[in-house]
Design a protein around this ligand. Structure first.
Ligand code: SAH
Ligand code: SF4
Length: 393
């Protein structure tokens, strides 16, 4: 197949995915009282809203500063805005946050938030402090549930309820910052990194995820650099190029198996986008370099994917790619039949990958006592409405 044909197919596939995921759109950003949430609007949308109430474009910059730099949620605290305009803004808009329905802090200081959104749906967000340094990462959810049913993942046992909207995705980060009193945005940050590794498959909710990431990267607001954002995908090949071109964030790929027969079982999406196609997409991911390596995530499942032969095959598959391999000891959850690989098996695997020249850190499970570790997130959200359970996309 020529590269041209390949790319045309990819574009068509991409359109299909975008059309399909639109069915799971989040609710409108307007509250029952008619006021609109300013969080999650692009600068252009904000300008349109302000023009509609007769305000000049320079107000966008002002509001952006208050919302995303200062973290203010109350118009009356916007001291550079005159009182009459504050009142006018309060009548028409609000600066939203998801409600923290539950906050749990682990013995290792990992903190898990159960955020409730305006329609009552919920998603989990986790702050993971760096053990060595005074900062950490916020692990953000992109969907309520997931369509993809990876066998070892707790979220995968919950069908997709809906996509999260840009206000809800940005809102998770902002509410986590509220919890640590981490405003304004230019003081040293604990919450300085975002990993899109919570519930859901971010590339099946691309439009909302992209909009949210553009907001957090905006220099006049939260201002996270794209190097501080990692998007993890189970391998939605047609969307990977687009994410690379438009967002340029760091890429993590959930590989988990080195043979198609096994990956078909563990990550059913592999039947659609098999390993060879996935790795080809990784090889063309823009900006991949030694400074910005692609991360391959590999969950260590006892007796399933943790042999020495698997490690050697992994090295062969990623040969020549600027990559690192994150080994994730399997995190159990109620009802699973998988077991975590032994420490010896993990070390052996890591050594083979490492000896081949790839960093292969073993991820230390964090927040296990509160079910906050990788793959343990899940809410009780159920889909209400017309669509019912969806087949894998
Ligand atoms: N849907 C995306 C991002 C969320 S999952 C993806 O699949 O990449 C974040 C990471 O946790 C993925 O690598 C996922 O495969 C891994 N994971 C899922 N369940 C796990 C479990 N029980 N133990 C360890 N890692 C798990
Ligand atoms: Fe979905 Fe990722 Fe879990 Fe697979 S591992 S079910 S893609 S959240």
């Amino acid at each position: 197949m020529s590269a041209q044909v390949d790319l045309a197919l990819t574009a068509a596939e991409r359109e299909r995915i975008l059309a399909h995921t639109a069915k799971f759109d989040p609710p409108d950003a307007t509250a029952p009282d008619g006021r609109r949430d300013l969080v999650g609007m692009s600068r252009e949308e904000l300008a349109i809203e302000l023009a509609a109430i007769g305000e000049a474009p320079f107000r966008v910059k002002q509001l952006w500063h208050w919302i995303y730099h200062q973290g203010v949620t109350d118009f009356s605290r916007m001291s550079s805005i005159a009182r009459p305009l504050q009142t006018k803004l309060t009548e028409r808009f609000f600066i939203g946050r998801p409600v923290a329905a539950r906050v749990q802090t682990s013995t290792d200081d990992t903190r898990k938030f159960l955020f409730r959104f305006r329609d009552g749906q919920e998603a989990e967000t986790v702050y993971i402090p760096d053990l060595e340094e005074d900062r950490g990462a916020v692990c953000i959810s992109s969907q309520v549930g997931c369509t993809l049913s990876c066998r070892f993942c707790h979220t995968g046992t919950q069908t997709l309820v809906r996509n999260l909207g840009a206000p809800e995705i940005v809102g998770q980060f902002m509410a986590a910052r509220d919890s640590y009193g981490e405003w304004p945005s230019d003081t040293p940050r604990l919450l300085s990194t975002i990993v899109l590794m919570g519930m859901g498959e971010p590339l099946y909710n691309y439009a909302n995820v992209a909009k949210a990431m553009k907001i957090v990267m905006d220099n006049e607001g939260i201002g996270l650099s794209r190097r501080r954002i990692t998007l993890s995908t189970s391998g939605v090949v047609p969307m990977m190029d687009r994410a690379g071109a438009e967002l340029g964030v760091c890429l993590a790929v959930s590989l988990h198996a080195v043979r198609d027969d096994l990956r078909d079982e563990l990550v059913p999406l592999n039947r659609k986008y098999p390993i060879a196609e996935l790795l080809a997409a990784c090889r063309r991911y823009p900006g991949a370099s030694n400074a910005r390596r692609i991360t391959f995530e590999y969950v260590m499942l006892k007796g399933i994917n943790d042999s020495e032969a698997d490690a050697r095959e992994l090295v062969r598959l990623i040969a020549g790619m600027p990559a690192k391999v994150n080994l994730i000891p399997f995190n159990p959850w109620p009802g699973t039949t998988f077991e975590r690989s032994s420490r010896a098996a993990i070390d052996r695997f890591s050594r083979i990958v490492n000896d081949a020249g790839y960093a292969s850190p073993v991820r230390r499970p964090r927040g296990q006592d509160i079910l906050a570790a990788c793959g343990q997130l899940r809410t009780d959200g159920k889909r209400v409405g017309a669509y019912g359970n969806t087949p894998a996309q």
